[in-house]
Write a protein that binds this ligand. Structure first.
Ligand code: C2E
Ligand code: MG
Ligand code: MG
Ligand code: MG
Length: 276
């Protein structure tokens, strides 16, 4: 009953949504989606310590459609769970492939939408995908946003607890925007906080953002959490984050999201800076 029926009177927006939704279902069947990987860098060693899988879509007519455009539409129906399941399987297969190729693999994180986290089947999907590909759970990290934690029900708690017990890592994405509440950090067994890029883009010039970032870093460390800054684009931002003892960074300064082959090369060569 999540299917929407096309009505000619639809306005342009809903028209667009209708077609994108329809096309996304086809895209899953026709393998039009693919993943790119954005490296995560350790601030001290400047080494690649992980990466984030980000979905990409080459639409047969529209060309490249950004996830910022189609993920919110997918989130309006169960489609987001199908897409999420596809990503989970794809990442586990990729980890297996890198392992078989003798690559010293790093953990990969996956973005999980709030609705998907509500599904009791999520745990089983992840468990099965890891097992089928002989992948260690410690190589998988889930990025969730605070939306998932606003009104957590028992099933979300129990899924998260089981995943943690299994050894899967958990991070809070886009921290600081939206429905931020420190309660989330206390209640959930998180490993990492990812500071939203909207804060990073303002440092070091904006004093308030600088204060907020250094306080978040200090708090995270006090709570035993790892802190990652998203959207690092300049040397000045890197210097600021180094000075504030931020653990990890992600951003165009080091690398934009890249193809699996490109990322593999980066892992092999140990190339520290892969800007481009
Ligand atoms: P996100 O999870 O917060 O991912 C970070 C976004 O910031 C990515 O955009 C990335 O390309 C971009 N980014 C990274 N470094 C920089 C930088 O230095 N400067 C700037 N301006 N941007 C940077 P992308 O790939 O377009 O993804 C947008 C959002 O779409 C993601 O935000 C995430 O919420 C969602 N998304 C992407 N892939 C998936 C997926 O597989 N599943 C789900 N559920 N959501 C996804
Ligand atoms: Mg993310
Ligand atoms: Mg983010
Ligand atoms: Mg986001």
């Amino acid at each position: 009953d999540n299917y929407k029926h096309y009505i000619p009177e639809m306005n342009e927006d809903s028209h667009n949504i209708y077609f994108l939704e329809k096309d996304m279902r086809l895209a899953l069947e026709k393998e039009e989606f693919y993943l790119e990987y954005q490296p995560k860098i350790d601030v001290k060693t400047k080494k690649v310590i992980g990466c984030e899988a980000l979905i990409r879509w080459t639409h047969p007519k529209r060309g490249i459609v950004s996830p910022a455009q189609f993920i919110p539409i997918a989130e309006e129906s169960d489609l987001i769970c199908d897409i999420g399941n596809w990503v989970i399987k794809k990442v586990c297969k990729q980890l297996k492939k890198w392992h078989l190729e003798g690559i010293n693999t790093v953990p990969v994180s996956i973005n999980i939408s709030a609705q998907h986290l509500l599904k009791t089947s999520l745990l089983d999907t992840i468990f099965t995908a890891l097992k089928a590909n002989h992948v260690s759970p410690s190589l998988l990290e889930l990025e969730i946003t605070e939306t998932s934690l606003i009104q957590p029900n028992q099933s979300v708690f129990s899924t998260i607890r089981s995943l943690k017990k299994l050894g899967v890592k958990l991070s809070l994405d886009d921290f600081g925007v939206g429905y931020s509440s420190l309660t989330h950090i206390r209640k959930f067994p998180l490993d990492t906080l990812k500071i939203d890029k909207s804060f990073i883009s303002k440092v070091p010039t904006e004093k308030d953002d600088a204060v907020i970032i250094s306080s978040i870093i200090e708090m995270a460390h006090g709570l035993g959490l790892t802190i990652l800054a998203e959207g690092v684009e300049t040397e000045e931002q890197l210097l600021f984050l180094e000075e504030k003892n931020c653990d990890h960074i992600q951003g165009f300064l080091f690398s934009k999201p890249i193809s699996n082959d490109h990322f593999k090369q980066a892992l092999i060569s140990g190339e520290l800076i892969i800007r481009g």
